[in-house]
Design a protein around this ligand. Structure first.
Ligand code: FAD
Length: 290
């Protein structure tokens, strides 16, 4: 049986208390949210924090609500809550699409939005979705409160822009009349992505005025297909151009071969799924699909 190395356990009672505990235990401490990524890593001794700071009781990190012109999503919101949120689904179908294919109900009942983003696993579905949406992430730490654009949050595999002692408290997604969709290929239901793509589109008439494309599990810098976005912006929203955007996304991503598939297959999927997500987002923008 795999057991973690010994560690101290503390239950934070407020954000302020969590920050005090993080400062007290220093860089060898970690917060624990759903524990679905951290605890397996601790059992494998890939992570050996000296202290775990439990943030499950922090009401400041809970809830999904409209706040001004943004949707606020607390860092401790569980996948299940986001999946079933009517307001999130109404404004951002990409989040509902992505949540439907994240793991299984057991994982979704416990795993959190904040934990998914802070883990920065290259295969994490929400990272690409929030990067495509150009969400803002709000962190608090010894230096106060700051906002980090999702596109600057993911520094590399398992690395984020959070400083030591900082806590992610919420996400803010600007509410605009953009359509969106997420498409994923997995080896079996509930598995991590072989590859996936999310698309966010604003159409004026038949012109793409704004576009966001996120890629999962194919080594795209910051989870974004920037070259494909540049190609689409200002042009016609046609199937041919969506296919070309997919080709560009495939060309510029950098997948690695692993047990989920070889490089060529993943690259092919990155292109195909980008095209499919764009077509589905466009169909939603035109009211042809829910
Ligand atoms: C069997 C299985 C299948 C899965 N399949 C998928 C899948 O298909 N797609 C997918 O996207 N994900 C998948 N996951 C991952 C799942 O989404 C996890 O819930 C997620 O990766 C981590 O969330 P968590 O709340 O459990 O975080 P934890 O494990 O508690 O924490 C993860 C990391 O984030 C840090 N952290 C957590 N919250 C904060 C915060 N508020 N501020 C600062 N740091 C924080 C922790 O210190 C830790 O380093 C799967 C997990 C399992 C176990």
């Amino acid at each position: 049986m795999q057991v973690p190395a010994p560690f101290q356990y503390e239950k934070a009672t407020s954000v302020e208390h969590a920050l005090t505990l993080l400062a007290q235990y220093g860089p060898e401490s970690r917060v624990v949210a759903g524990g679905h990524s951290l605890l397996p890593m601790m059992k494998l001794r890939l992570a050996q924090p000296e202290a775990l700071i439990d943030i499950n009781d922090l009401v400041e990190l809970a809830g999904i609500s409209v706040d001004g012109d943004a949707l606020r999503i607390g860092a401790m919101v569980r996948h299940t809550e986001l999946l079933h949120s009517a307001v999130a689904g109404e404004h951002f179908p990409i989040l509902r699409d992505a949540e439907r294919v994240i793991a299984d109900p057991v994982v979704r009942n416990r795993g959190t939005v904040g934990g998914s983003l802070c883990q920065a696993d290259p295969s994490e579905d929400l990272s690409a979705a929030f990067a495509a949406l150009r969400a803002d992430l709000v962190a608090v730490g010894p230096g106060g409160r700051r906002t980090i654009p999702a596109r600057e949050f993911f520094v590399g595999p398992y690395q984020t822009a959070l400083d030591d002692g900082e806590l992610l408290v919420e996400l803010r997604v600007p509410i605009r009349s953009h359509a969106s969709a997420y498409e994923k290929v997995e080896r079996r239901v509930g598995d991590w992505a072989v590859a996936a793509a999310g698309a966010v589109l604003n159409l004026v008439g038949d012109t793409v005025t704004e576009v966001g494309i996120g890629l999962t599990a194919v080594g795209a810098t910051g989870f974004v297909a920037a070259e494909a976005e540049d190609f689409l912006r200002g042009g016609q929203a046609s199937d041919e151009r969506f296919a070309e955007a997919g080709r560009i996304a495939a060309e510029h991503c950098n997948p690695a071969a692993d047990q989920r598939g070889p490089v060529d297959y993943k690259r092919h999927l990155a292109g195909e799924l980008t095209t499919r997500a764009l077509r589905r987002a466009a169909a939603r923008a035109r009211g042809e699909e829910a």
